[in-house]
Ligand binder design. Structure first.
Ligand SMILES: *[C@@H]1O[C@H](CO)[C@@H](O)[C@H](O)[C@H]1NC(C)=O
Ligand SMILES: *[C@@H]1O[C@H](CO)[C@@H](O)[C@H](O)[C@H]1NC(C)=O
Length: 187
């Protein structure tokens, strides 16, 4: 009888080892990754500069709009960006990071963009950390909302959303300054 109990125990031990841990996946202690602390909700505010004009544009067309299609919406075009992020609306105000990625014209009957960008911060303890945004931007709407789909460094496991409001837009040059308010859960 005792040997039978032992065998049953041994069998269950073997079974649980097999299900809980393997070479492929294993549970880990949150403390090891500093994730046992309470999640914070932060609000970041800055200005995003889309500079098309001048000798050093931060926003360049990599896929021009197909000529035959709607010239107003520029459907199909893609611009690559390395846009400065500043604390105030003036480009000369404090640089807090860069917005790196691209936006593409993804709407046929209005100016609607697909935004895919990493907000790479350099400010204070956030230097080296980034927030990733992927979303829809109907540029003529007063407020556009885009999801925060993740991040790196201090923004590991981040989630949230960004709200963009146009601060200024120069019709002639295409240069734009957009206010960004990003609400993000992070550790
Ligand atoms: C082109 O875009 C304009 C501006 O949104 C729109 O009014 C028009 O209907 C579009 N034309 C076509 C052919 O889709
Ligand atoms: C950010 O970090 C990099 C790399 O560690 C460093 O070279 C740079 O000076 C830092 N920038 C600021 C503004 O602190």
């Amino acid at each position: 009888m005792p040997s039978q109990t032992f065998l049953t125990f041994f069998f269950f031990l073997l079974l649980s080892f097999n299900t809980i841990t393997s070479d492929f996946v294993r549970p880990i202690d949150r403390k090891l990754f500093d994730l046992h602390k309470k999640e914070k909700l932060s609000h970041f505010k800055f200005y995003w500069h889309d500079i098309l004009s001048g000798k050093n544009p931060s926003s360049i067309t990599v896929v021009p709009p197909p000529l035959k299609l709607n010239t107003t919406t520029a459907f199909g075009s893609v611009r690559m960006i390395d846009n400065p992020l500043t604390l105030g609306p003036e480009l000369s105000s404090k640089l807090v990071g860069k917005s790196q990625g691209f936006y593409a014209s993804a709407c046929q009957d209005q100016i609607g963009l697909l935004m895919a960008m990493n907000l790479a911060f350099i400010e204070g303890k956030y230097n080296g950390s980034s927030i990733t945004i992927l979303g829809r931007n109907s540029v003529y709407d007063k407020v556009r909302e885009m999801p925060v789909i993740g991040g790196s460094g201090l923004f590991r496991f981040a989630r949230g959303y960004a709200q963009a409001t146009t601060y200024s837009f120069d019709l002639k040059s295409g240069d734009a300054v957009v206010e960004y308010n990003v609400y993000v859960f992070h550790y």
